[in-house]
Write a protein that binds this ligand. Structure first.
Ligand SMILES: *[C@@H]1O[C@H](CO)[C@@H](O)[C@H](O)[C@H]1NC(C)=O
Ligand SMILES: *[C@@H]1O[C@H](CO)[C@@H](O)[C@H](O)[C@H]1NC(C)=O
Ligand SMILES: *[C@@H]1O[C@H](CO)[C@@H](O)[C@H](O)[C@H]1NC(C)=O
Length: 435
């Protein structure tokens, strides 16, 4: 609002102290009220007192309070998580893209498709309506998606600023839809149109069948030293929040001091998070996820910090954070802002890394065909798995007939991934969690 009124934007004046202190205190007031409500609400709730499974999870944050949390639905879902370990896991994917990405999104979707999983596609507001329609049509035209009903295109399209909070807002919205639409998945993953898998879903699901469903894969480090000045003190404004055209983030001349009630963490924006952790972020029952979301509204590169800061400041989840993003990403030396595009010459390193995903790839780069052929066995639509039980004679598509989707055929990809996850779960790796 302020922005639009002041057409020739004057950082010094627009963001004078009084202008931002007022909303700041207003939001403080709201937060405090919410915290108080959360604290005292259970006292008046009739079925609050008995049999709260505090040993399973207690969402108190200060040392003295003893579990004021009585959201029975959430509790139930957490309990179920504990003993559902017998069944093979299910994943929920968000695949996002912008103008011109719809074909790449379809290709990535087909390469990571498995009937057990859930998929949601988001094409941002910069893409023309025509392209969104085309994407929706290609999803609708796919008979397997129609039968299994596990692929959705997000109807509401958001303006998303790379590095801005609108990216997180969009991710959270996709998670909220996935939570509402499907009760079954175990992990949420976020991919872009320029990501591609290096193992089949059978490999991934097979290896993850054997992992604790409480582990969050989120590369993170604490922000310390000079980085605090660069990362935590600037105040930025994401134009995606109040304009309808995509543009870069605004920097204000004001600086802010460091938060005192939580520590800041940063890391990769690519994550694989458990259902219980993202449920906590969406419902925000102890209000911390909301407080941190508000804090990150004006933070530079918030997608590289939001989930990281929430998880590391929450007692119940801190020990579940494995510092890896499960991607192979190549950076310039010294690293520039964007990662390098991967080509044939990166193929061996990519495979050796044992990572299940890699980025970023140019549209239709020949290395994608090599990955399809040698790693995924993808000839027709999907990278086939044990669920594809049709005839494959003469190049026919075996996935046109669906078999039991909880049987997996694991190949060399599973071995690579197994080795990699073993490393990640080693004590050495876990010893520096959230530090
Ligand atoms: C999710 O994935 C996109 C890729 O499209 C990435 O840019 C974004 O920052 C990721 N993370 C979050 C928290 O939104
Ligand atoms: C499952 O995990 C156990 C112990 O971590 C390991 O010994 C076993 O080989 C794993 N099985 C598979 C199929 O990965
Ligand atoms: C699918 O396979 C699993 C594991 O082998 C088995 O427990 C289940 O009963 C099978 N489901 C059907 C419908 O055949």
């Amino acid at each position: 609002m302020i922005m639009r009124k002041n057409a020739n934007f004057h950082p010094g004046r627009v963001f004078s102290d009084t202008k931002w202190i007022l909303p700041f205190f207003a939001s403080m007031l709201v937060s405090v009220t919410l915290i108080l409500v959360t604290l005292f609400w259970p006292l008046s709730s009739p079925n609050g007192g008995d049999q709260l499974p505090f040993d399973i999870i207690s969402f108190s944050r200060s040392e003295d309070s003893s579990g004021y949390f009585v959201e029975s639905d959430i509790r139930r879902s957490l309990e179920v998580k504990g003993d559902s370990n017998m069944e093979a896991p299910r994943l929920a994917y968000l695949i996002s893209g912008t103008k011109g990405d719809s074909q790449r999104m379809m290709r990535t979707l087909q390469a990571v498709y498995h009937p057990r999983n859930q998929y949601i596609l988001h094409l941002d507001l910069e893409a023309p309506p025509r392209e969104r329609l085309d994407l929706t049509m290609s999803v609708k035209a796919e008979p397997t998606f129609r039968e299994v009903e596990n692929v959705r295109v997000m109807a509401q399209s958001n303006l998303v600023t790379y590095k801005g909070p609108t990216m997180i807002a969009c991710t959270l919205q996709a998670i909220a839809i996935l939570l509402k639409e499907s009760l079954e998945w175990d992990w949420f993953l976020n991919l872009s149109a320029s990501d591609y898998p290096l193992v089949t879903q059978d490999d991934l699901l097979h290896v993850f069948s054997n992992l604790s469903r409480t582990l969050n894969f989120i590369e993170h480090t604490k922000i310390t030293g000079w980085k605090l000045n660069q990362r935590a003190k600037p105040i930025v404004i994401d134009p995606g929040l109040h304009l309808s055209k995509k543009s870069d983030i605004f920097w204000t001349t004001q600086r802010r001091s460091l938060p005192t009630s939580f520590k800041l963490f940063t890391g990769s924006a690519w994550v694989m998070l458990t259902r219980s952790f993202v449920e906590y972020c969406i419902l925000g029952w102890d209000n911390l996820p909301r407080t941190i979301l508000m804090y990150y509204t004006n933070f530079i590169s918030s997608p590289e910090g939001y989930f990281h800061t929430v998880i590391c400041n929450t007692e119940e989840f801190r020990n579940t954070a494995i510092s890896h993003d499960l991607h192979y990403i190549a950076w310039d030396n010294p690293p520039k802002q964007h990662p390098l595009s991967l080509t044939i010459k990166d193929y061996d390193k990519m495979v050796k890394s044992g990572a299940p995903f890699a980025r970023k790839f140019a549209k239709d780069d020949p290395v994608l065909d090599k990955i399809d052929k040698e790693l995924l066995g993808r000839i027709n639509r999907f990278a086939p798995g044990a669920w594809c039980v049709g005839n494959s004679d003469g190049g026919a598509d075996p996935c046109s007939v669906r078999g039991n989707d909880s049987i997996f055929r694991s190949g060399p990809g599973a071995e690579r991934l197994q080795e990699q996850t073993q490393k990640l779960l080693s004590e050495e790796y876990q010893s520096n969690q959230c530090s």
